[in-house]
Design a protein around this ligand. Sequence first.
Ligand code: ZN
Length: 68
Amino acid sequence: MHMDSVTIPDAKREVESPSGRVKIHIRCRKCGEVFILRGVRDVKGHVETGFRRCLCDNDHDFDVQVVE
Ligand SMILES: [Zn+2]
């Protein structure tokens, strides 16, 4: 790994990359509700969907699957 050798000038543009768009399949483990959202994957592999919580108030117990 050469983590320290590359400097990317425009590393600040976080979520605009068109190729970073993915579909996210989220299933609530509490009530079984399924959400299909569009997300954006950033350079670290983190996917941002804007999803916060389920209708049942669950905000942490989900099955999350990335569909590309
Ligand atoms: Zn739920």
